[in-house]
Design a protein around this ligand. Structure first.
Ligand SMILES: *Cc1c(COP(=O)(O)O)cnc(C)c1O
Length: 396
């Protein structure tokens, strides 16, 4: 156990970070499902129209419910400012469009969230941006990929499908010396386990659809960083128009209130599930940075605290067919994409990506036919393990 006293008081942050945002005297935040806001006089109208990020002008520009979620996320990440958006991909796309131009070069990882990989390699390249993908487990690979026109390095840790870890400190030290911006996708770890800005990363992006929301009931994204960078991104955001609805901002805030409690439970349960699977004779391999035999456990330990998140993956002994049969035998654990919610979800990765990637691309990405991605929910660990056990028993 690391020194807990020096950690930010996350549970107090999610309770009070948005308290000063003017919203009447109600304790629970208001939802502001209004497109537009009126000015009380002509001078106020001019002020509303011309102040960047005014929270009461036009909802695509800002909204008080968004502002509350933003204040909370900024504080959780230890950032000056944050901006919420309509989805994680909306946030990532907006950040890229704001920060790179035709002729620029991006270095990113071999493994990212699939949407990010496609955005980089299929959309940005079409707009004249060069992209080099490197092995994220080798910090020197980032440096070797640098070109005179490199503007941005994208990192994500831990990352699908094998929960590889990226060394933020090594990458940012190298980037800072060259004035290259770094962006980290912190969706899997959450700020409770990992604060990339503390390791020198410039911007953190989230799919708030996952842990920040936490209830599988909204689609949302966020970016956090310095005031100056967030204002610059906002300038592109109002044009891209990836706006979060006021209702979703309210749901996100509600989810954030319990984020530290939920993540602590996810950490414990995922570790218990990973340990159970690791000793099971029907299992070939478990991928979880919290396991001591994870090839990057020491790095994960230095970068993440107090835990390693709720996502793990594992390989059964057997092939595609046996994995399919195992998935079908699961009782309350449901097969679905997404992660980070209160309910455990499992996905047969080769089935999920089979339509998009060839067998060879799947293998290069580390996806064997027997790989299962597992998002541990908040059910009792004993019940999750019992469901896995009965589905595995029949397999061996
Ligand atoms: C889901 C996810 C995204 C995309 O987020 P959406 O909210 O679905 O647009 C990006 N990064 C990671 C790591 C994700 O898990």
């Amino acid at each position: 156990m690391k020194n807990e006293n020096s950690r930010p008081h996350f549970q107090s942050i999610v309770t009070h970070a948005d308290a000063d945002i003017e919203d009447g005297t109600n304790i629970a935040p208001s939802i502001h499902p209004t497109t537009t806001f009126y000015a009380r006089d002509a001078a106020e109208f001019a002020e509303m129209a011309n102040e960047p990020r005014h929270p009461r002008y036009y909802t695509r520009y800002g909204n008080p419910t968004h502002q509350r979620a933003e204040a909370t996320i900024a504080k959780l990440e230890g950032a000056e400012a944050a901006l919420v958006m309509g989805s994680g991909m909306g946030a990532i796309t907006t950040v890229m469009l704001a920060l790179v131009s035709s002729g620029d070069h991006i270095v990113a990882q071999n493994n990212h969230y699939m949407g990010t990989t496609k955005l980089l390699t299929e959309v940005l390249t079409r707009l004249g941006v060069e992209v080099t993908l490197v092995d994220q487990t080798d910090p020197t690979a980032f440096e070797r990929a640098i070109q005179p026109n490199t503007r941005l390095i994208m990192v994500e840790s831990p990352v699908n499908p094998l929960l590889h870890v990226t060394d933020f400190k090594a990458v940012t030290a190298m980037a800072k010396a060259r004035d290259i911006l770094t962006v980290a996708d912190n969706t899997f770890a959450t700020p409770i386990n990992q604060r990339p800005l503390a390791f020198g990363v410039d911007l953190v992006v989230h799919s708030a659809t996952k842990y920040l929301g936490g209830h599988h009931d909204l689609t949302a994204g966020a970016v956090a960083g310095s005031q100056a960078l967030i204002e610059r991104i906002w300038g592109t955001y109002v044009l891209v128009g990836s706006v979060m609805s006021a209702f979703d901002a309210w749901l996100l805030l509600r989810g954030l209130r319990t984020l530290p409690l939920r993540v602590r439970q996810h950490n414990q349960t995922a570790l218990a599930v990973a340990e159970f699977l690791a000793q099971h004779r029907a299992i070939e391999q478990v991928h979880y940075p919290g396991l001591e035999d994870h090839p990057q456990h020491d790095l994960a330990n230095a970068q993440m605290s107090p835990g390693f998140g709720g996502v793990l993956s594992f390989q059964l002994k057997g092939g595609y067919k046996e994995t399919e049969q195992f998935m079908t035998r699961l009782n309350f654990i449901r097969q679905a994409v997404s992660l980070g919610g209160y309910e455990t979800l499992a996905a047969h990765v080769a089935a999920m990506w089979g339509g998009t990637l060839s067998d060879e691309q799947l293998r290069t990405a580390g996806v064997e036919p027997n790989l299962v991605r597992f998002s541990t929910g908040l059910e009792d660990a004993a019940d999750i393990i019992a469901d896995l056990e009965q589905a595995l028993k029949l397999a061996s």
